[in-house]
Design a binder for this molecule. Sequence first.
Ligand code: HEC
Length: 171
Amino acid sequence: MIWRGLFAPLVLIGLLTACTKSNNGEQALQNQIDSLKTKLENAYKPGFGDFMGKVQTRHSKLWFAGVNENWELAEFEMHELEEVIEDIRTVYPNREETQSLPIIEPSLETVNNAIKQRDAEVFKKGYLTLTNACNSCHQATKVEFIKIKTPTIPPYSNQDFMKLVNNDRIE
Ligand code: HEC
């Protein structure tokens, strides 16, 4: 009899503790989620202009790779350029400027095809369409004062843009 009398309250206490425990657990999880959210919101994100700085470097290196018929490097630089553009899409999906990114797509295709042809003259023509697309987008996004042109000197003096021939450099 005494067992019965004790049993019900014990079960009740047990259930209540389990409940509070899981409530506590949920609250702890929610707190963690909230703190992660705040961290994410405050995390450093490169600005649109920072990404453009990267695009600028790739655009310049691409030229020196192409005119030196270093097609492997040209392919690499194109790949990197396309990656930066994808990063812009990921980091700034809702920015108004991002909606103008498709302006550059056809010229990327043109340059990729030119590189496949392994012909410096075809490459130069393709490169011009790319540079024009940069400027078209700058006009569309009201930064037309940022004018892009074919570079005349390599962006870095510590990189050799010449192609490798049988693993020997052409000097
Ligand atoms: C979406 C359209 C768009 C395309 C395509 C685009 N840009 Fe830009 N670019 C911008 C915008 C918008 C800014 C201004 C960013 C800001 O507000 O900080 C900018 C800024 C720049 C800057 C100034 C950043 C600095 O650090 O001085 C350079 C350089 C630049 N772009 C180069 C290029 C090159 C090279 C290409 C082509 C390969 C290109 N952009 C293609 C929209 C574009």
